[in-house]
Design a protein around this ligand. Structure first.
Ligand SMILES: [Zn+2]
Length: 416
């Protein structure tokens, strides 16, 4: 064996040893955890079209734009544009576009610097769009559709400083939540006597399209801490009707609204001896006068039947509702009547007239009487009987659902 050959064999041998040693003492790689997670491939979509393979142009309809002009700018043939116009003669009116609305061009090729549109989507509104599909050169496919509306459950809370409305705004919530909340609690919270440090927590749904809020959904549940009392609104479906109850299962509704309108202040209270503002003689005022601007809607305080709807010298335009054998209510000085006629059934909250100053009246207000067995009682001291509570056969289910709502509401933190 020559020296040279020995050296070559030695080098090969050392290389083999090095390779073997490398694999034995190889620094162990950070062990990658084996997870069960299967990466699901999510293909993003827009207007129901998977976005793979497309280029998009998004733009806004400008003054002077018309659909044919936009389409021809993006390589759509005059024959296809003609078809779009033909198809728009139906009730669809598919060529009508509004300045400022959005549109999207889907294309996959560019010829002579012109992106060749295959799909054109015009957004009729925040919720609706019209899709024009030009992929088949012999025809045009047009579809009107609703965008995907996402319902998101959110929470709000606040401590009253001046008003519910102001507190909502100050805490960065939308004003419509204040309106919905005041409706949910209309029978249990007197929003005209909210006090500083009263507080609320509420769970509600909001609707979103493309991450943009398009509206308020339902109030789900809430609590109002008012005048030292905790007033709960627990939702419960009984016989497929959703109502709100307190924690004991009593209805949040009363058989009578506390006031049959949104008033600004109380003009005259119930009194057996009041100086009449027009006649200047002491006469009893067995009613309450709610001041409100002319045109403010007046609601039926409870379910009933309209028994009088006429003009009286003193009463002006007035309405009497008979609720049952015990109770009737009277509403005076309307500027105009609601749509209900004598003999019509009305439900609590139906508009029966609008505040005015007809008859003997010194300014726009509602003169409101409650008759109990024919006797005029004080509407502001009247404790109306509550509406039906949760049926005892559903109490177990109510208590279970109530627990969950209370837990969820209690998790909401009050702002500092
Ligand atoms: Zn009066």
């Amino acid at each position: 064996m020559t020296k040279k050959r020995f050296l070559i064999i030695l080098i090969i041998f050392l290389l083999i040893v090095a390779v073997v040693l490398f694999f034995i003492f190889k620094p162990k790689k950070q062990e990658t955890p084996i997870t069960e997670e299967v990466q699901e491939e999510v293909i993003p979509e827009k207007f129901g079209i998977p976005l793979t393979g497309w280029e998009l142009i998004e733009d806004t309809v400008r003054q002077g734009d018309y659909i044919g002009g936009i389409l021809s700018k993006y390589g759509i043939s005059s024959q296809q544009i003609h078809k779009v116009v033909e198809m728009s003669c139906d009730t669809f009116r598919t060529t009508l576009i509004t300045v400022g609305n959005l549109y999207t061009i889907f294309y996959d090729t560019i010829i002579d610097d012109v992106p060749q549109a295959k799909i054109f989507v015009y957004e009729n509104s925040k919720m609706k769009y019209t899709l024009y599909d030009f992929r088949n050169p012999d025809t045009v496919y047009i579809k009107r559709a609703l965008k995907q509306i996402d319902t998101i459950t959110n929470t709000a809370s606040g401590i009253i400083e001046y008003s519910l409305w102001q507190t909502m705004i100050d805490n960065g919530y939308n004003w419509d939540i204040a309106l919905a909340l005041s409706q949910t609690f209309a029978w249990t919270v007197d929003f005209y006597s909210l006090q500083k440090q009263d507080w609320f927590k509420v769970i509600y749904d909001e609707y979103f399209v493309d991450n943009e809020r398009v509206g308020l959904g339902e109030i789900k549940a809430g609590v109002f801490h008012h005048g030292g009392k905790e007033l709960w609104a627990i939702p419960f479906v009984e016989d497929s009707v959703l109502c709100f109850y307190d924690t004991l299962g009593n209805s949040m509704r009363k058989t009578f609204m506390p006031a049959p309108l949104e008033y600004t202040h109380i003009g005259s209270r119930y009194s057996h001896a009041r100086m009449h503002p027009i006649h200047h003689v002491v006469t009893p005022h067995l009613a309450v006068d709610f001041s409100a601007p002319t045109g403010t809607p007046v609601y039926a305080a409870s379910d009933g039947t309209i028994v009088i709807r006429t003009y009286g010298t003193g009463a002006g335009n007035y309405v009497k509702i008979r609720h049952n054998s015990v109770y009737s209510t009277v509403y005076m000085h309307f500027s105009r009547f609601g749509e209900y006629q004598v003999g019509d059934r009305v439900n609590q909250g139906d508009i029966i007239g609008y505040v005015g100053s007809t008859g003997w009246s010194t300014g726009p207000h509602l003169h409101y009487e409650i008759h109990e067995n024919g006797k005029k009682i004080d509407p502001l001291k009247f404790e109306p009987p509550p509406a039906e509570p949760v049926d005892s056969i559903h109490m177990e289910r109510f208590n279970k659902e109530k627990r969950k709502w209370i837990d969820d509401i209690n998790k909401i933190k009050l702002p500092n």
